[in-house]
Design a protein around this ligand. Structure first.
Ligand code: 0L1
Ligand code: MG
Length: 263
C-alpha cells in the first residue's frame, strides 16, 4: 500500500474504532499529501454507504488558532454520518475525546463551481443556521501538526445544525453564547469568523476551485468556529444561541444533550 492509503486506512480505523493513534513523525507527508490522505479516508466512509453533505472550514478565528497553535485556514469534508439531530441526544460513545464549538452553517442554493467574490457569495446561499461542530481528533491527546490535522479531515466528527433562516443581516456581528447546563462556557461574536462568516463561503469557493472540486446545490458549508472549543462530558445540556435579540438580530438556537461516555 502507498503512504497515502496506509495513512488513510489508519485514520479511518481510528475514527471507526474510536481509538486514538500517535501523530505521524514530522515530515512524514506534505500538506498536499495530507489533503490526499483526507480524501482517501473519506472514501472509506463513502464505501460504507455514507454520503457527502458539504465542507467545513477550520481555523477561521484567532481563538481557534491560538487554542490549537496553528495559523492556517484548513478544510475538510462532511458526510451524512456526521450529522447529529438538533435537540437530540449525542452518544459520546461514538467519539474518542469530543469537543464542541459554536459555528454558523450555510446551505447552498446553487452549485459552487468556481471562485466567488464577496459580492457574489450571498447569491449562492439559500439559508443560514446556528450550528455546533463536534470535533474529535483521531490523534492521542488532541495533539497534531498542520499536516496531521488536515489528513485527519480537520478533526471533523459531528455537526448539529439549527433552524434555517435567510437572516443574513444578523450574520456580521451577532452575539454567540455557548452554554453547558445553562452556564456560559464560551461567549463571542460571529465577527470572529473571518470578520464576517459570509467570507467563509468565498474562501470555500476558492479552496474548492484549487482542489478542482465543486459543491452541488443543497450542500452544507460549516463556516468555522466563533470561539475556542469545549470538551464534552456525559449528561450535559449543550446550547448555542446566536444573536442577541429577535427578528433581524437573531439566528436562533441549537442544542443537544450528551449521553454515554467517550471511548
Ligand atoms: O476550526 C476547526 O474546526 C479546526 C478543527 C481542527 C483542529 C481542532 O481539532 O481543533
Ligand atoms: Mg470547526
Amino acid at each position: 500500500m502507498s503512504l497515502i492509503d496506509d495513512a488513510a486506512a489508519l485514520l479511518d480505523s481510528a475514527a471507526f474504532g474510536r481509538e486514538a493513534i500517535e501523530q505521524f513523525p514530522p515530515g512524514h507527508f506534505t500538506l498536499a499529501q495530507a489533503y490526499d490522505i483526507q480524501r482517501a479516508s473519506i472514501a472509506h466512509r463513502l464505501s460504507r454507504g455514507e454520503v457527502l453533505k458539504g465542507i467545513k472550514l477550520g481555523f477561521t478565528s484567532r481563538a481557534k488558532m491560538v487554542q490549537m497553535g496553528i495559523d492556517s485556514l484548513i478544510w475538510g469534508l462532511l458526510t451524512d454520518g456526521m450529522v447529529e439531530e438538533d435537540g437530540g441526544v449525542v452518544d459520546l460513545g461514538r467519539y474518542i475525546h469530543p469537543r464542541v464549538e459554536p459555528e454558523v452553517c450555510f446551505l447552498t442554493r446553487k452549485a459552487i463551481d468556481g471562485p466567488l467574490t464577496s459580492l457574489e457569495a450571498a447569491d449562492f446561499i439559500e439559508a443560514v443556521a446556528p450550528a455546533m461542530e463536534i470535533i474529535d481528533s483521531r490523534y492521542r491527546n488532541f495533539r497534531f501538526s498542520l499536516e496531521d490535522v488536515v489528513a485527519d479531515n480537520c478533526s471533523s466528527a459531528g455537526l448539529v445544525v439549527g433552524g434555517w433562516s435567510r437572516n443574513f443581516d444578523a450574520l456580521g456581528n451577532a452575539g454567540v453564547r455557548m452554554q453547558f447546563d445553562g452556564r456560559d462556557v464560551q461567549v463571542g461574536s460571529t465577527r470572529a469568523i473571518l470578520g464576517q462568516p459570509m467570507r467563509s463561503v468565498v474562501q470555500a469557493s476558492r479552496l474548492l476551485h484549487g482542489a478542482q472540486m465543486s459543491l452541488p446545490a443543497g450542500s452544507l458549508i460549516m463556516a468555522g468556529a466563533a470561539t475556542a472549543a469545549e470538551a464534552l462530558r456525559p449528561g450535559v445540556h449543550v446550547e448555542c444561541r446566536i444573536g442577541t435579540g429577535t427578528g433581524s438580530a437573531s439566528l436562533g438556537n441549537v442544542a443537544f444533550v450528551t449521553s454515554g461516555a467517550a471511548a
